[in-house]
Design a protein around this ligand. Sequence first.
Ligand code: CP
Length: 335
Amino acid sequence: MKAFNDLADFSNEEILALIDLAARLDTAPEPEALKGKVLSLLFLSPSLRTLASFQAAMTRLGGGSFVISPEMSIHGIESRPGIVMDGAAAEHIREAIPVIASYGDAIGIRAFAQRKDLDADLGDQEYTALTDLIEKPYINMESAANHPCQSLADWKTMNELDIPADGGKLVLSWAYHPRALPLAVPAATLHMAAKRGMDVTVLRPEGFELPQRMMQNASAAAEASGGSVSESEDRKEAMEGAHVIYAKSWSSTRHYGDKLADQKLREQHLDWCVDETWFGNAQDDCRFMHCLPVRRGVVVTDDILDGPRSVVIQEARNRMLAQMAVLHQMLGNSS
Ligand code: CP
């Protein structure tokens, strides 16, 4: 495997093989599988789970890893193209990336959206400009429009919970958050669930529609897998028969890059906080999923997060196992 960039690059059979491998590595550890291998981890945006789970994954497979972020570089890292570097930063990403990549056998990169130009972010322009600088295998640890590691872990989690692919319903719901957040997780989740063959409903208030391009990609994936994609602003209608609600906040695409307009719009929807009333006509055992971190009492109530519906810790642990499978295929002897 040369890159783990997008679940769309893999067939469903290949994804299921990765999930099987992840499960096998959990029950039958291979502590020498990646002996002597090094994973470089570049975080241009903050993380808890991704950072810790990749380091743990490499250690469990017998390899090593190191982490670089702008805050850790005593030189500072500049990433703007064409900039005259007469400010604080003394190192440009164009040199930093190939140098960091040269110390490892593969590199993971996290680079969030700029959130100024929707088309640029949907095209993952910043992330692609970085991966163009390296020749080593690389892993998308979350870019402007994708989070394939999260989606692989979430697919595995749903399989473990026996949530049906064929006929299973996932509601991807916008939730209130005080800040405008990226589109990466909603985009990746929507596509993953559609590719898995589920019936996916995007539940969101007016003004928070997902971009047409994202909906069309997901619809094409659903069509190929026997699923469907729809959208609604009606909570009751959307939640009918749902097996899963996947909550996530995202920016208003109508006001993309305009923080004030986005804030004015989102503040009209403070009641988009998932609580037990949302589950009235869902399946009895409808699950609550979220990629974390999650704001308690804002995105979801404590009783849902602490109750039997929530599978957020299982999802987070599966991050490590799913990434072990990816690393095993990328850097192991079978690669
Ligand atoms: N879900 C996720 O990617 O978490 P972090 O941002 O903490 O890595």
